[in-house]
Every structure is written in structure tokens, then in C-alpha cells.
Design a protein around this ligand. Structure first.
Ligand code: NAD
Length: 261
């Protein structure tokens, strides 16, 4: 646990399920106030709010599509209204669509970029505006992916958006470091969340993914929540502009694991 987080306020986008819900719940256990966000899964968001409150935190749930800047502003307004400010902003919401690149429509490409990259910029910008206006330190955490560095056929838009998050994170970190604002990313590997539910329901597909992970198993949402809590805390006060990879070794060229090459 990180004592300095107690009483702080965080916005966590896309926190009705999956990694966002785990991060929001962990923040609740740290005694924080959390604005949770969902696009369509109201019941999931309610569930997250309940879990945060049970863990000792306070929470509000806001319906909002992060691909639209005015909807991102609604999340900020909720943080101001419910908790009087914001200290930590987690840009977690993300989508993926599998289509061979030669068949991918511009609409599909644009939707993924709008949610995964423009949404991250809009959230970061809103948080940074608040930190600057109040002359306060603050933390932005962006959910990237191992596909920030690993190419992914059929997911060109997703991989491009995550590589974009890497450079956006570094650029914002450099731009605002002298104002005490830290901007970092987390790159999960393969995690057990609804985004992967269909794939992991098939034992052969799950085993194929596990072969890509040197540690041999799929990660749990709480592994990412722990990384987010640390990055948000004072324990990480000297860390900015980095992508923290949490992937069981997936980015370590697993095909070389036995000494091949
Ligand atoms: P998920 O599909 O389980 O949950 C995604 C969340 O984002 C949901 O709460 C959904 O409602 C929300 N969301 C989607 N579009 C939105 C929009 N336009 N506006 C607001 N909310 C929206 O996904 P997850 O596995 O929890 O992934 C969370 C993040 O982590 C994503 O950015 C994803 O790319 C990244 N990631 C996940 C994995 C993994 O293996 N699960 C690996 C690497 C990176």
C-alpha cells in the first residue's frame, strides 16, 4: 500500500471491467476517490463503484465516450463536482479490431485511433490543464501495450495507436517535467480480461498465447493495478516518460528462450 495516495482523487477511463476496473478497485483500497467511467456497461461501472466503496474509497460513475473531447471534459467535471479536484488521471479505455490491413476500412482504423490515441491525448490534456492551473504536481498514466513495440498483423491500427502512446507519453513527460507533472505508460502483455475472453475460452488459443510468454502464464488484472498504484505514488516520484512493461517477459524475444540464435 502507498500511504501518500490516501484521500487523493483519480479519474480512470474505461473502468467498468478489465484492467480499468482492477486499477479503480486498487485505488479504492488505497483510500482514494475514484471517478470511474464506462461507455455502455452501466452495470459493470456500478459494480466497480461498489467494490471501491467496500474497499474504503469513494467513487462516482460517469458515462462518457473518451474519443470525444467534450465527453472527456465531463469526466473532469465529475471529479471537480464530486471530489473538488484531480491528482491522477489514468487513460485506460481502449479497443481492438482484428482485420487484415488490406481489408480494414478507414472508419475502423479511425475509430481505433480516436479511442486509443486521441482519447489518451484528450484525457492527458485535461489533467495537465488542471495541474497547471492549480500549480500542483500531478500524475498521468497511459495504458499502452506490448504492441507499442511488437508488430501485430491484423491489428495495424491498434499497434500504431500504442506506439503513438509511447511517444505521446515521452513528449508530455518532457514538456511538463519542470512543473512536477509525471507522465508514464504501462505496457501489459496478455492479461485475463474481457477483451481476451473469447480467445482464452479456447484452450488451444490460450496455450498458443502462453507459449509467447517466457514466464508461461497469462497475467492477472491486479498485476497491472499494482503497477498503476506504484506509478501514481510518491515512491515513483523520480519516474517520468517511461513505459513500464508488465508482460511476463513477452517482449524479450521468447523464441530465443532456449539459447537459439
Ligand atoms: P476491456 O475490453 O476488458 O475493457 C475496456 C474498457 O474500456 C471497458 O470498460 C470499456 O467500456 C471501455 N471503453 C471502450 N471504449 C471506450 C470509449 N470509447 N470510451 C470510454 N470507455 C471505453 O479491455 P482491457 O483488457 O481491460 O484493456 C484495458 C486497456 O489495456 C486497453 O487500453 C488495452 O488496449 C490495454 N491492454 C490490454 C491488454 C490485455 O491483454 N487485456 C494487453 C495490452 C494492453
Amino acid at each position: 500500500m502507498f500511504e501518500d495516495l490516501r484521500g487523493k482523487t483519480a479519474v480512470v477511463t474505461g473502468s467498468s471491467k478489465g484492467l480499468g476496473a482492477a486499477i479503480a478497485r486498487r485505488f479504492g483500497a488505497e483510500g482514494m476517490n475514484v471517478v470511474t467511467n464506462y461507455r455502455s456497461d452501466e452495470e459493470g461501472a456500478r459494480e466497480t463503484v461498489r467494490a471501491i466503496e467496500e474497499a474504503g474509497g469513494a467513487a462516482a460513475a460517469v458515462q462518457s465516450d473518451v474519443s470525444k473531447a467534450e465527453c472527456v471534459d465531463a469526466l473532469y467535471d465529475a471529479a471537480m463536482f464530486s471530489f473538488g479536484g484531480v491528482d491522477i488521471w489514468v487513460n485506460n479505455a481502449g479497443i481492438e479490431r482484428a482485420t487484415p490491413s488490406d481489408q480494414k476500412s478507414i472508419e475502423e482504423w479511425q475509430r481505433v485511433i480516436d479511442v486509443n490515441l486521441t482519447g489518451v491525448f484528450a484525457g492527458s490534456r485535461r489533467a495537465i490543464q488542471h495541474f497547471l492551473e492549480h500549480k500542483m504536481p500531478g500524475v498521468v498514466i497511459n495504458l499502452s501495450s506490448v504492441h507499442e513495440v511488437i508488430p501485430w498483423p491484423h491489428f495495424a491500427d491498434y499497434a500504431a495507436s500504442k506506439a503513438g502512446i509511447g511517444m505521446l507519453t515521452k513528449t508530455l513527460a518532457l514538456e511538463y517535467a519542470d512543473r512536477g507533472i509525471r507522465v508514464n505508460a504501462i505496457a501489459p502483455g496478455a492479461m485475463d480480461t474481457p477483451i481476451n475472453a473469447q480467445k482464452f475460452a479456447d484452450p488451444d488459443e490460450r496455450a498458443a498465447v502462453e507459449r509467447l510468454i517466457p514466464m508461461g502464464y497469462v497475467g492477472a488484472p491486479d498485476d497491472i493495478a499494482a503497477a498503476a498504484a506504484w506509478l501514481a505514488s510518491e515512491q515513483a516520484r523520480y519516474v517520468t516518460g517511461t513505459t513500464l512493461v508488465v508482460d511476463g517477459g513477452m517482449t524479450l524475444y521468447p523464441s530465443f528462450q532456449g539459447g537459439q540464435g
